[in-house]
Design a protein around this ligand. Sequence first.
Ligand SMILES: [Zn+2]
Length: 576
Amino acid sequence: MRIIEDKLIREINEKTDIVQLVSEYIELEKAGKNYKGLCPFHDDTNPSFSVSPEKNIAMCMTCKEGGQPITFLRKIKNISFNEAALELASRAGIEVKGVDVKKDPNEKFYLLMHDASIFYQYNLKNSEGGEKALDYLSKREVRGELIDHFQIGYATRGDALYRMLKDKGYAVSDMIALGLVKQGDDGKYYDLFADRVIFPITDPKGHVVGFSGRTLSAKDRAKYINSPETVIFKKGLLLYHFHEALSEIRKNGQVVLYEGFFDVISSYVAGIRHGIATMGTALTKNQARLIKSVTDSIVIAYDGDDAGLKATDQAITMLDQAKLRTEVLEIPEKMDPDDFIKAYGPEVYEARFGEHTKDGYAFRYGYYKHESDLDNANDRKTFRDRVQKMIRYADLSVRDFYRKKLARDLNLDVEDIAVSRKPREIPPKKTVQKGVVNRYIKAELYVILMMIHSKDTALSVQKKLKTTDYADHIAAALRMRIESFYVKHDTFDEEAFIKTLGEEERTYFEEKVKQNTFYRWTQDTDESEVDGYVETIKQANMKRRIDYLNKKIREDPDHAEGYVKERDVLRGEIKK
Ligand SMILES: [Zn+2]
């Protein structure tokens, strides 16, 4: 994205009413020439956020956060400067030329999910089953404002969502791709979530990207079902309630991480509003990075059972690498935070923060020790290894502290606890190689998907790519089948196509092609994307050929003139 000119930035700021903009986020009161309100960027009790219409500035007198309209919007929404500028420009009717407002290719999916979410929310209050759902929520002390904050809804049985989305003009293929609708054996379409309380899951920018549904029927075996992984719903990149909690995270200068979203909701009721959760998966590096982008400090509040403790240990490692200050909240009696709040009440729960939190090192030391029988030789060694590994990269003051502690617990001299600061392990070359392989194997698959999608693409690929360029011979064969198919047909017909396939090709088609999200893609094919894949495949093929030629040259250097020549030509081409 190009930089927006200073002149334009000034114009956008000038044409934005700062008072109006800020009041979208906080309540303002007039104070002389200015306006005042509670600062959205720190935990403010005394209104210290001041808005000056005259100077066109909104700023906190205490923490100094804020600025002109674009800066304010950028901070409060946690978006880029350009995004904030473009949003305000469009509101003010200012045209910004030269800056390509790259439209998010997933925009239509966000719209669809948004409409689905609104529909579910409507049904919670306006459908027969909705009453039952409200009853259930009420029993869990989730009522009124809370339902609105978490945008909780209800999915009816049948095909109401499908019909609503169809009436709105959405493609069935998109509904299926997003995991909202499935086709029954009778050929009819049904809603995937049926008779369930619905919790929408948003991405960091606030788009609804998936749902989690809690069953209301005792007969259902699955208590919760989640949207499947889709082009916009990627569990490893998302954190539940992250977008919604942003302002609270900023105010508290901290985030609380839970294992399940009901913990987030119960904690919210109990006054801990800066909670987020992973969704039944271990914390990933990407999630740790996402957290680090908004705060330096985190409290892990996982379940108190064995699985929860193990997951806490793993999460600390991830958070450590992202350089976050980690504390662990201890939940006793193997409870999860939700159970604990129900059992002891919100006050006791809130008080645990601070009183019953341990730093990440203290938690792990205690956990490792608890897991070991120090009279058992194997356990003693494991315990020592784990602690030594834990403190390997720690600050000297921390390292020394745990060396002494470990020496005491094992009845050793401190000098015997040597902790070498080995350089961090460099991943073996093999993984890098694997990445390359995946990249072109994937490119081969994508080209096939795009050829299926459009005859024009199929014809253009036919010109650009030789069948021998493919590394996977089954993929290559399948590609030829598509080309032959289009000789007789103008559009792709799955049933007719499958009949033309051999056994191996059919397996590839069923397992790799049909299972891919892009198989039901309805968007127009982007030729430049196709060209990108074609290029990847060609390059990979040339590299394979070079490897082969090098081998030949090594085997018999005296008669390698032809090989050397060919290799050098290929090397030249790759460089191009
Ligand atoms: Zn402030």
